[in-house]
Design a protein around this ligand. Structure first.
Ligand code: FEO
Length: 394
């Protein structure tokens, strides 16, 4: 990736990972990703803000050569996860005079994860400033976006917030500066759903904190840089708010078609009652996409057949993941078919114990659905609509 000047003497020098397909061996990356690192050249000192994943560190080194960076005084480490910190040892090898500037928690992570010697650090805390001469870096603690040590760095004179994972998107693109681009916001929503959603309440505090700053540009550590910060801040404010939409998520799996027949009828019943339905077949679902459906929905209804004595393993995984992501769902239920019995209802209910949901009576039937079963599905759709009306979203 090329060097991109984003403001006078402020440069993107990161790496684009066009063909990365999975992150943390967990999260699918349909659009690749980038690891954004930035050079800030002050009149007296030069700072490198974050580094890149070691797998593509040659791009960072090439960019530093292209830019003619002969000396780095400070490596600002906003977050210790290795996709941003993993090339710090290489930078310290090439620029031995550089000091790693970060908070105490991040320092401890970096010592543990990367074996960086303690004497390489300058420790800062909330609100501290570091002068580069004519440019000043201010450090703002923004915990849990994504780890407990994560912070943001604000370049005071240029009004740039280097927010690390916060506001990021997994998107490999050559267009690194964006104004109003729905694709970037869509990818940022996916990123929020996969990474940030469990920390929704803490993110509210972080947004309150950064909202006090005069921000001209948000430069995250994944995906494009926002020249109109209000677009991504407003989107985040919607996602983290307590408001839910008149939406029902129906993740399903079916072995011989009985549960699928129920799902087809149930989805029609929900649509006919004016609700928006998001659904995915769990046997080949993109779980990142499923996570996105949970960002604003009011209700989830798991649909699964009985396998042996419990729910289908694909539904078990979906319930486990939903529980871990802690979306702001208000209601949950379950539909499905069984052959001779089992305990899938208790199993799914116990798997979603983190969710603050009211569990509505499920529709679990024996074998292939009959007319009476379809009426029960209609009744469940009615009950969901009533619940959505009670909370004022339908
Ligand atoms: Fe992009 Fe939490 O690292």
């Amino acid at each position: 990736m090329a060097v991109i000047e984003i403001k006078p003497d402020v440069y993107f020098v990161g790496a684009i990972h066009w063909d990365r397909q999975i992150f943390d061996e967990l999260i699918p990356l349909p659009d690749g990703t980038s690891y954004n690192a930035y050079i800030v050249r002050g009149s007296e000192k030069t700072a490198l803000i974050d580094t890149v994943d070691p797998e593509v560190q040659e791009q960072l080194l090439r960019n530093l050569r292209k830019l003619g960076v002969e000396k780095i005084d400070y490596i600002i480490s906003n977050h210790a996860e290795q996709d941003h910190s993993g090339s710090i040892p290489k930078i310290l090898e090439l620029y031995p005079e550089a000091k790693v500037v970060t908070n105490s928690k991040c320092k401890a992570f970096l010592i543990n994860l990367l074996l960086i010697p303690e004497d390489k650090f300058i420790e800062i805390k909330e609100g501290d400033e570091l002068s580069l001469g004519n440019k000043t870096l201010r450090f703002i603690m923004t915990p849990w976006v994504h780890w407990p040590e994560t912070m943001s760095t604000y370049l005071v004179e240029d009004r740039i917030l280097f927010s690390c994972d916060f506001f990021g998107s997994h998107l490999a693109t050559s267009v690194m500066l964006v104004d109003d681009n729905p694709k970037v916001v869509e990818d940022a929503k996916r990123y929020y759903a996969e990474i940030m959603m469990p920390f929704r309440n803490i993110i509210k505090k972080n947004i309150d904190k950064i909202s006090k700053l005069d921000i001209d540009m948000i430069a995250p550590s994944h995906g494009p840089i926002y020249r109109k910060p209000e677009i991504i801040i407003d989107a985040y404010s919607d996602w983290i708010s307590d408001a839910v939409k008149n939406e029902v998520v129906v993740p399903y799996v079916s072995m011989h078609g009985s549960t699928k027949k129920m799902v087809d009828h149930f989805i029609d019943a929900l649509i006919e009652r004016g609700m928006i339905v998001r659904t995915c077949n769990l046997t080949h679902a993109d779980m990142g996409k499923m996570a996105m459906t949970l960002v604003e929905a009011a209700t989830i209804v798991f649909a699964t057949p009985m396998v042996l004595s419990g729910a289908h393993p694909a539904a078990v995984y979906a319930a486990f993941l939903t529980n871990a992501l802690r979306p702001k769902l208000k209601f949950a239920s379950m539909i499905g078919s069984y052959g001779w019995g089992g305990r899938m209802l208790d199993q799914i209910k116990s798997l979603i114990s983190n969710l603050k949901v009211e569990f509505l009576d499920p529709v679990l039937i024996k074998g292939y659905p009959r007319e009476d079963d379809f009426r029960k599905l209609d009744d469940l759709a009615d009950r969901i609509l009533t619940k959505h009306k009670e909370i004022g979203i339908a």
